[in-house]
Design a protein around this ligand. Sequence first.
Ligand code: FAD
Length: 386
Amino acid sequence: MDWGLTADQEMIRGMVREFAEAEIRPNAGTWDKEKEFPSETFAQLGELGLFGMVVPEEWGGAGLDGVAYCLALEELGRTDASTCVAISVTNSVYCAPVNKFGTDAQRERWLRPCAKGEWLGAFALSEPEAGSDAAGLTTRAERRGDEYVLNGSKAWITSGAVCGAMLVFAVTDPTSDKRRISAFIVPREHPGVTVLHKEDKMGLRSSCTNQVSFDECVLSCDHLLGGEGDGLKIALDSLDGGRAGISAQAVGIGQGAYELARDYVQEREAFGGPIGRFEGLRHELARMAIEIHAGRLLYLRAATLRDRGARNTRQAAIAKLHASEAANRIAYQAVQLHGGYGYVTDYAVERFYRDARVTTIYEGTSEIQRLIIARAVLATAQAGTA
Ligand SMILES: Cc1cc2nc3c(=O)[nH]c(=O)nc-3n(C[C@H](O)[C@H](O)[C@H](O)COP(=O)(O)OP(=O)(O)OC[C@H]3O[C@@H](n4cnc5c(N)ncnc54)[C@H](O)[C@@H]3O)c2cc1C
């Protein structure tokens, strides 16, 4: 496989890096402290075409491939993971499935404005009693004549309070085993939709994460995405794309924390010189650099497979598991290399440490990634393939 990036991919990475360094890095600490969602910066990101990166230009998107998209997420993660997660959700698990499974009429109405950057999208799969066990969700969409009526609650919805529309997964056929669930495009401002509690999080504090409830929320049939019963397939396919993106976000968080540590050990002096001259610390930096490099190669492979139209479930799970666990190890070590200064909010490294933590939890925990990988490994072993 050729790992060289194309001129377009390099250009996107450079453009996002330039924007992030100028507009995001100087403000990310304040947004985090004040738990402030940076609406103006998101308006700029929308104008730059970062809401619908992989959406074809005919539907208002930037028409990029998944590799360019992941490179952009890495750059955002490197400066501010909160900004990165909202961009990741709107691209991977809102725009991508609406583009892939929607009709032209749905794309016109629910994809074009988001891809053009007018509003963010959200993904409402998890519920208070169903996270890892997403197939066990209970939000109900009951067919009544030409309409569906939605009742239930969703939890942990990234951008729930600031999105224009969300993809909501609900039970349409409680008697079915495999085709219980369907996907619906639901505008945030719609009768029967209430955005509730905003979570007070350890990290990603400027991203809003909300509970959302549906109470006799009436939807015409044109809100159904794909066919009735296709919901779980749509959710799992979206998450395969999403996990490559979360891997890139995690690599970005690791890269950002590593750079802070690398610079700090060259400035901080102890025992008559910079602490970076101590071999023990140099080995730590080498370990961090290797983990980042491996994570980057893994997400590039997961994204490349998807760009080629191949199934990337196993590769995306491997990339997500490695990159997210590595981001936590790297951010931990970056705080350690800062000594006491790593433990106070005057230094950005503590934000990276807090932000890294969630990457092993959302879009499937590490334990769930291991289940997915083990299933794939055993299936290939039985089939006698590598
Ligand atoms: C900041 C944040 C943003 C999020 N954004 C979104 C979003 O936009 N949309 C959305 O739908 N969801 C979102 N989520 C939800 C997230 O995907 C879930 O939290 C995650 O899937 C885990 O589900 P849970 O919290 O219910 O934990 P549980 O499923 O209750 O898991 C608890 C523990 O049990 C383990 N476990 C569960 N089942 C198994 C098993 N079979 N084998 C081994 N171990 C197991 C888990 O790994 C975990 O360690 C977000 C979460 C957070 C924290």
